[in-house]
Design a protein around this ligand. Structure first.
Ligand SMILES: [Zn+2]
Length: 295
């Protein structure tokens, strides 16, 4: 039996390591802030984000999404390469994330939803959170007519949500955890009912929900999306690439093809006008399928 030489064994080991080693990693952040209630786990505190960036800088091979993509286009695997991205375009991306990215010299791509930049009210999922998971009372009966179907809920004990309940459950996570109260069950039911709707239908339902609860549409500073000047500031300095994330943040695959095209193209065009640069990256907005694509 022939014993393989040491150099051959080394070559085999290297090849195996190459096969077993993970590919690249795209980190997807949303918000760098602390809020009272974060059911979808989209917030990372500035302190933790700073620690994460420090570790990435020290031990990671951090590249821009464009470099990451280049590696793939050359037919190579981006072994151990890490790209940092953000979705949605909340203001904390500018005021909290950007300074920390600059401190650690970490490039990032921020995917912005162009239709929300001038909106004078919270995003619909933040409105739903405010409506149902903050202390207060709601009417006993909720009836919603959506696409010809009537949905009816009798709130029962979910009518009231006390400060004590809020404090007890404010760290509740909507994915993977049981609903601790009927309010949380209603939150879940409405979120999944509203998510796949056409943006204009969803907006109408949100208007009805707010009116039912006696709420006025409000833009809360802690939940604000970056405005035009702030988006322009985000793109300055060369470290941050601005990418598109649709106009209205629909479940893209639920829309007719022509609407999907509009959502992609219009957000790209609008962002290019604002930042004065080509927008070549797009992140698909959806709650279940998370994919980054090159335009
Ligand atoms: Zn998103």
């Amino acid at each position: 039996m022939k014993v393989p030489g040491v150099s051959r064994l080394r070559r085999v080991a290297k090849r195996l390591r190459g096969r077993l080693a993970p590919g690249g990693l795209i980190l997807m952040y949303h918000r760098i802030t602390e809020v009272k209630s974060d059911p979808w786990s989209i917030c990372v505190s500035p302190r933790h984000f700073a620690q994460q960036m420090e570790v990435l800088r020290k031990f990671g091979d951090v590249v821009s999404l464009q470099q990451f993509n280049q590696t793939l286009q050359q037919g190579k695997t981006p072994h151990w390469q890490i790209a940092v991205t953000f979705d949605d375009g909340y203001t904390d991306n500018l005021y909290s994330a950007k300074p920390l990215l600059e401190r650690y010299d970490i490039p990032a791509t921020m995917f912005l939803t162009s239709g929300y930049m001038e909106q004078k009210r919270d995003l619909w999922w933040d409105e739903l959170n405010r409506l149902l998971l903050e202390p207060g009372s709601l009417p006993e009966l909720l009836c919603l007519e959506i696409n010809g179907t009537t949905h009816r809920w009798e709130l029962g004990t979910a009518v009231d949500y006390s400060e004590q309940q809020f404090q007890r459950y404010c760290s509740w996570r909507a994915s993977g955890e049981e609903n601790p109260t009927p309010r949380h069950a209603l939150f879940h039911a409405l979120y999944w009912l509203l998510s796949p709707l056409l943006p204009e239908v969803r907006q109408k339902v949100m208007d009805e929900l707010l009116a039912w609860a006696g709420f006025v549409p409000t833009l809360r500073p802690a939940h604000r999306i970056a405005n035009l000047e702030e988006v322009s500031a985000l793109g300055k300095g060369g470290l941050i690439e601005i990418g598109a994330h649709s106009v209205t943040h629909p479940f893209l695959s639920f829309l007719p093809i022509a609407r999907q095209r509009e959502e992609i193209q219009d957000s790209k065009t609008r962002l290019e006008e604002i930042v004065g640069q080509k927008v070549v990256s797009f992140a698909i907005p959806t709650a279940t399928i998370l994919r980054k694509q090159q335009l």
